[in-house]
Design a protein around this ligand. Structure first.
Ligand SMILES: N[C@@H](CCC(=O)N[C@@H](CS)C(=O)NCC(=O)O)C(=O)O
Length: 212
């Protein structure tokens, strides 16, 4: 039996399907070829067991034997230690992968998440705060554009940094926010064309659809 167990919700409403963060963990596990299974926790009724694994009552979390890990970034760093397919072996490249992993979460997703929440909620240009968020995302995309124009992957070879960066940018792409940033858009296209992402996405969609 697989000792890696990924837990996600048993069901979510349709709009976030394909974007629930368990996709990052599925993607990494598929990329590494590590055996795992997926378990569900109730979306509507979050109990003590859920909070004992994820203090905010969110998903995902991963158990690896007697370890239980929450936060998608921490989970991916943990998996990176288990597989060279997820983390460069070279010391300098490894350091680059770690810095870009944090940049994805703390510099890019910090802007792309609130921007995409406004989009999900259907707020328009008149919504208070929209201009600020739009400029915040734009500033990050303007800096990512030259970075991604000159390299295929952030740390030389594909790594967990690319999973998190591509997923953070995918939120913007969903609402066509990468139209003026071809290198960012091509990077997301390259990353999501990987068979590991295609499988992770299909599995997440099937998981939530099974509960309808
Ligand atoms: N920083 C956390 C965020 C986790 C998160 O936002 N999970 C969402 C699903 S993508 C969730 O559980 N949302 C429901 C909620 O916040 O109540 C991570 O990266 O793991």
């Amino acid at each position: 039996m697989a000792d890696l167990i990924l837990t996600t919700y048993d069901w979510v409403p349709e709009p976030p399907r394909g974007f629930v963060r368990d996709i990052r963990v599925r993607w990494a596990l598929e990329e590494a070829g590590l055996p795992y299974r997926v378990e569900s926790t109730p979306f509507r009724d979050r109990g003590a067991r859920h909070f004992s694994h994820q203090p905010f009552g969110q998903v995902p979390w991963l158990t690896d034997g007697d370890l239980s890990i929450f936060e998608s970034g921490a989970i991916l760093l943990h998996l990176g230690e288990r597989s060279d397919a997820l983390m460069p072996v070279d010391r300098r490249r490894r350091s680059e992968a770690i810095e870009w992993l944090f940049a994805a979460l703390n510099s890019v997703e910090m802007a792309s998440l609130p921007w995409s929440l406004f989009m999900f909620l259907g707020y328009n240009d008149d919504a208070p705060g929209w201009k600020f968020l739009d400029e915040f995302v734009e500033a990050r995309l303007q800096r990512m554009e030259p970075v991604l124009a000159e390299r295929e992957w952030l740390a030389g070879t594909f790594s967990v940094a690319d999973i998190l960066m591509a997923d953070a940018l995918l939120l913007v792409d969903r609402f066509d926010g990468l139209a003026g940033h071809p290198a960012c858009r091509d990077y997301v296209g390259r990353a999501t064309a990987r068979p590991s992402f295609v499988k992770a996405y299909a599995d997440q969609m099937a998981h939530f659809a099974a509960a309808d």
